[in-house]
Design a protein around this ligand. Structure first.
Ligand SMILES: [Zn+2]
Length: 240
């Protein structure tokens, strides 16, 4: 068991570092396609149930915070016992390397290059870094089935690039798809191999979504009920 103020500060620093290192792949606005390479394979991806809980930021912006359901760890879950928050969503987590994101419109600074991709005109935002792909199972399990079927067909998810595509504009009509690129099987670049060596485990990332009291003796410290504002903000930025 760690002891003393310094260990607590060090842990906080480490957690904050992990939060700032962990970016999610999110397609929103006019972003239609992300070209990705799976870094987590079929044996290693993780999934869990989360409570979507409505929260509001210090600036009054409403957002949905997804909080890990502690019942999965055999603990008590305050969100399950409240009928207003008891609904859960399944989320599946993968590390992916994102080469770039294809947008319909140019960015305000005109940094994105105009390109043709899959027969359409896009503006390419170059990313070239690892991101967490956090996805729901999709309508009728469509995305879940796609993932498993591509993995079954190629015996792995990691031997080729994929397009992660988004259709629709609003939450209600947005659908995703996962399509292997025409080039087929290709080797990992040296650059991506280096990125893989430094990845955090997916379970550590999921730990960041657990309620603040998780892992501590229940009821021993009531101040944990209200996480510090800046911590809340960090959680919001990554997981909203
Ligand atoms: Zn729960």
């Amino acid at each position: 068991m760690p002891k003393g103020a310094k260990s607590l500060q060090d842990d906080r620093k480490k957690q904050n570092q992990m939060r700032s290192d962990t970016k999610e792949l999110r397609l929103s606005g006019d972003a239609k396609i992300a070209r990705i390479r799976f870094l987590t394979d079929l044996e290693d991806f993780e999934w869990a149930y989360f409570h979507p809980v409505l929260a509001s930021s210090r600036l009054g912006k409403k957002y949905t915070k997804e909080i890990y359901c502690m019942l999965q760890d055999g603990g008590d879950c305050q969100y399950c016992s409240n009928p207003e928050t008891s609904a859960v969503r399944k989320k599946i987590f993968f590390w992916v390397y994102v080469y770039g994101v294809y947008h319909l419109k140019p960015d305000s600074e005109s940094k994105w290059q105009k390109v043709e991709y899959l027969g359409e005109n896009y503006y390419l935002e170059t990313v070239n870094e690892a991101r967490v792909l956090k996805t729901g199972p999709g309508k009728d399990g469509y995305i879940e089935t796609r993932l498993l079927n591509w993995g079954k067909r190629f015996k792995t998810l990691c031997d080729r690039d994929y397009d992660w595509c988004r259709e629709g504009t609003k939450m209600e009509d947005t659908v995703y798809d996962l399509v292997p690129v025409d080039e087929g099987k290709t080797d990992l670049s040296e650059e991506i191999k280096k990125v893989v060596e430094n990845l955090q485990s997916i379970s550590k990332i999921i730990d960041l979504t657990k309620p603040p009291t998780a892992g501590k003796s229940q009821g021993s410290d009531s101040s944990d009920e209200n996480p510090p504002k800046d911590l809340e903000k960090e959680i919001e930025e990554i997981f909203s």
